[in-house]
Ligand binder design. Structure first.
Ligand code: NG1
Ligand code: MG
Length: 391
């Protein structure tokens, strides 16, 4: 059986109750922002390419209230926070805020520092159902939820949702020290129920792709429950290979490269490792565009084939899979009714995403469990809405 996700209302109830116990009053502001699953377009965002994520029913909820004191106090019920699940600080002038300990609070501090105005001190409680370290963007969910909270608290918003996503990305760069692309914050901000989001990471133009006629099909997320081992150093290494390949080709980014350029790299005796990384990016950008067209036409067979090709390219050319992810993907593909399966997120651990017939879900889960050496967790991913205030 797939894990049943608690409804956002019950997550909110838990947060409200905790707030009342901790701070002895009722809250005024309730917001949430979702995690995401990337359906296709992996390691393309920092190459100015295309990505096709959808927002998940897994959410980070923040409830809270401003007060006249000086100290902002936050309590997080998330598993990742470790021993220090509370912190307080004086926000005052937002430009004076600096990252520090505990690490989880840096996402929040970063959003306050990058908000459009100073905000009053507040008390808040955070509860999340986005599993951390699984490639489902728990960090972006926290950032976008924080930013949405600040919008509601202050009654002020940036002019466009793009500016909001960019401010959250800046929080992750400057306060969490993660040089991430823009995909996660965009989808958590702009996700729309029933749609996937095609994002052009070069000019930040978005297109909502309706997931029509999905009735008989479903996306299944499988958490390998192996963490992103090595992921940050390996991520930066891959990124540097891509930048190097673009530089050799005299292009601004691999977005501007095509298969002839890959042949040119080979004929210039560029290292095999760089050629393979570049080839993944060039082919993945094209696959993502093709997948968006297939989705619009409800051509799920084609969408599934592209997912399979994406995984194989991530495994063989980009070299970011792991034996756990490969084993989950192979097991899924063995089941009748499965159209495609691939790793999602940076790789090395985390989750796979599988497109399959609804009536094949139970037997697929059983088969994957039987074939996998670890203990996986399964979630049904319905295309959900982006961040918002909950009344
Ligand atoms: P995950 O593994 O889901 O955190 C990371 C990057 C994305 C993107 C993907 C690979 C962060 C926070 N996010 O996603 O921007 O580059 O890898 O497609 O590092
Ligand atoms: Mg992440």
């Amino acid at each position: 059986m797939a894990t049943l996700l608690p409804h956002v209302n019950s997550v909110k109830e838990k947060a409200l109750q905790t707030f009342a116990e901790k701070f002895g009053e009722q809250t005024a502001v309730c917001v949430y922002a979702p995690g995401r699953v990337n359906l296709i377009g992996e390691h393309t965002d920092y190459n100015d390419g295309f990505v096709l994520p959808m927002a998940l029913p897994m959410v980070t909820v923040i409830v809270g209230k401003s007060h006249n004191g000086k100290k902002t106090r936050i309590l997080s019920l998330s598993d990742v926070v470790g021993d220090i699940n509370e912190f307080e600080f004086e926000a005052g002038n937002r430009t004076d805020i600096k990252p520090g300990e505990p690490k989880w609070a840096n996402y929040i501090k970063g959003c306050i520092a990058n908000f459009i105005c100073d905000v009053p001190a507040f008390n808040a409680v955070i509860v999340s159902t986005v599993p951390p370290g699984a490639g489902l963007s728990s960090s972006a969910a926290l950032e976008v939820a924080t930013y949405t909270f600040l919008e509601t608290l202050s009654g002020k918003k940036p002019e466009t949702p793009e500016l909001k996503a960019l401010a959250c990305q800046k929080a992750e760069h400057d306060f969490a020290g993660v040089p991430c692309g823009i995909m996660d914050q965009f989808i958590s901000t702009m996700g729309k129920e029933g749609y996937a989001l095609l994002l052009d990471c070069r000019d930040l133009i978005t297109k909502q792709i309706p997931m029509l006629h999905l009735d008989n099909y479903v996306f299944l997320i499988t958490n390998s429950n192996t963490p992103h081992k090595l992921s940050s150093s390996a991520y930066c290494e891959r990124r540097d290979c891509c930048y190097e390949a673009a530089k050799i080709l005299g292009k601004k980014s691999l977005r501007d490269a095509n298969m002839n350029d890959i042949l040119a790299l080979i004929s210039q005796n560029v290292s095999e490792s760089i050629v393979k990384k570049a080839r993944h990016v060039v082919t993945e950008i094209q696959r993502t565009l093709n997948a968006a067209v297939a989705l619009e036409k409800s051509d799920f067979q084609q969408f599934g084939r592209l997912m399979n090709e994406s995984h194989d390219s991530l495994r063989d050319d980009y070299e970011v899979s792991s034996k756990e992810l490969d084993s989950l993907v192979s097991a899924a593909r063995e089941v009748d009714g499965v159209l495609g399966s691939r790793l999602t997120g940076a790789g090395f651990g985390g989750c796979t995403v599988t497109l399959l017939k609804k009536d094949a879900v139970d037997k697929t889960i059983q088969h994957m469990k039987a074939k996998y050496s670890g203990t996986p967790t399964f979630y049904i991913a319905t295309p959900s809405g982006g961040a918002r205030e909950i009344s």
